[in-house]
Write a protein that binds this ligand. Structure first.
Ligand code: BES
Ligand code: ZN
Length: 456
């Protein structure tokens, strides 16, 4: 493959690539909200059509949930499977966006041009870096450099309910020599990264029921139990004063960092104070005896993601509510067992429910942590390729987020994954005003061209 010509073509095609990404960003594929089911189908169809145009044999595959996109191309050489997700997070609170989340635009910022839209960074902009690299290679050389399967999910942001059965049913078709996943970030602005460990996650919705109906808080307040009071007390008990999680046996299977990994992370020169300062904070709130990097990458957490109950509208209403709900997620590391944690958490909550109240649980997915096989030769090939593209050499890093598929590729398909992504901490993924640097998009496309060149 004539790499320099491919890279030149990528540079020349950047405006057209950005237009294509904008078309994709305009479709509101919010997977967790059934109101957007048709948009998820439209998004899958848009991508399958685009891939067909590049020469892939692409199809939209129905599942009980949102469809998958599977596309095959190329013939010789190693077989790589590329994974990304076309679904996005909800946009609320919408009033904090400075513009329509699904009307993408290029904005000038002090750090350069950014693409502003929901999904620009997580993960449509990222998945398009790989597709655009394929497009440029095919345009320049007439063929893909190796056998490539593209596998895109539309449920990643909502617990991936259809993923495991789909992988099991299509194991042969989806098995490749290695999976390339583009859903992570750079280490910093100038330092590309290969993410070597991801935290797992399990989510639970807890609803506490009290009185039969909403009550007048004067007429009944005092004698009547308030479910919000019960819930907030339980949630307040989740952490002790040192930031440790109090659910029984929660730390079973949590490993200590190896000396080798600790030394590697020390070498990154991570600035924890700046990390916190960039979001207006100064005091780390996790386990007090752990560094900020450990708290973010290698220690488990419990977080309350949302609380509802009673009157939350404008003004004031003196109500004593019949129920209260919290959405709680746990980030998991090492060998922590998501199902045991769910069970232990439920028992721990039940033991705190007073008379006249009852509790209901609703599961929101469970996946273990994963550690990548960095001895696979692709890691060194990609490390060198990335180091050629970016100002600084590539780093091996951890990540606090979760990408369930990485674990399932190993356990179901016996396939290693390599995570390369170009997002930045300030991309505001899952938040209002999400953006993706145009530089991430451009250099991301170039990076994949280099990586594919190095792997073949
Ligand atoms: N792209 C993120 C994962 C991520 C975030 C990796 C930050 C590295 C750094 C992904 O789309 C995501 O948000 N995943 C969810 C998965 C969950 C719903 C099971 C997450 O981590 O909350
Ligand atoms: Zn993502």
């Amino acid at each position: 493959m004539t790499l320099s010509q491919v890279l030149n073509r990528i540079d020349g095609d950047l405006d057209a690539a950005t237009d294509r990404l904008f078309d994709l960003l305009r479709i509101p594929s919010i997977s967790t909200d059934p109101a957007y089911n048709d948009d998820c189908v439209k998004t899958a169809e848009w991508i399958a059509k685009d891939l067909t145009g590049i020469g892939f044999d692409a199809s939209v595959r129905t599942t009980p949930g949102h469809p998958m996109v599977v596309a095959h191309g190329g013939s010789d050489g190693p077989h790589v499977l590329f994974y990304g997700h076309y679904d996005v997070q909800p946009v609320d609170p919408l009033n904090l966006w400075n513009r329509d989340p699904f009307d993408p635009v290029i904005e000038d910022t002090p750090n350069g041009k950014v693409i502003r839209a929901r999904g620009s960074s997580d993960d449509k902009g990222q998945l398009m870096t790989f597709i655009e690299a394929c497009r440029a290679i095919v345009a320049e050389t007439g063929a893909l450099p190796c056998k490539i399967t593209i596998f895109l999910e539309g449920e990643e942001e909502s617990g991936s309910p259809s993923l495991v059965p789909f992988l099991q049913e299509n194991a042969k078709e989806l098995s490749a020599d290695i999976a390339l996943i583009c859903d992570t970030g750079l280490f910093d602005y100038d330092t590309p990264a290969i993410t070597t460990m991801l935290r797992g996650m399990t989510g639970q919705e807890v609803t506490i029921h009290g009185p039969d109906m909403d009550l007048h808080s004067g007429r009944y307040g005092g004698p009547a139990i308030n479910p919000i009071r019960v819930l907030s007390k339980i949630l307040g008990n989740l952490h002790d004063d040192n930031g440790r999680i109090t659910v029984p046996d929660f730390y079973d299977g949590v490993p200590e960092l190896t000396d080798e990994l600790r030394a590697q992370w020390d070498g990154l020169g991570f600035d924890g104070d700046a990390f916190l300062a960039s979001v207006g904070l100064s005091v780390p709130a996790g386990e007090q005896d752990r560094t900020i990097l450990e708290q973010a990458w290698s220690r488990p957490t419990a977080e309350v993601n949302g609380i509802t109950g009673g009157y939350t509208g404008d003004g004031f209403k003196t109500v004593l509510p019949a129920q209260a709900t919290a959405k709680v997620s746990f980030r998991l590391v090492g060998e922590q067992d998501p199902h045991k944690i769910q069970e232990n958490f439920q028992n721990w909550v039940r033991a705190q429910i007073p008379a006249d109240c009852r509790v209901e649980f609703h599961d929101h997915g469970a996946g273990p942590a994963s550690v990548m096989a960095t001895t696979n030769p692709a890691f060194e090939q990609a490390r060198l390729a990335l180091s050629d593209e970016w100002p600084n050499p590539a780093a091996f890093i951890g990540a606090g987020g979760s990408i369930p598929v990485a674990g399932y590729f190993k356990t179901i398909l016996d396939m290693d994954s390599m995570l390369v992504g170009f997002a930045l901490d300030d991309d505001a993924i899952h938040s209002p005003n999400e953006k993706y640097d145009l530089r991430s998009f451009h250099k991301g496309i170039r990076s994949w061209a280099r990586i594919l060149d190095a792997m073949t």
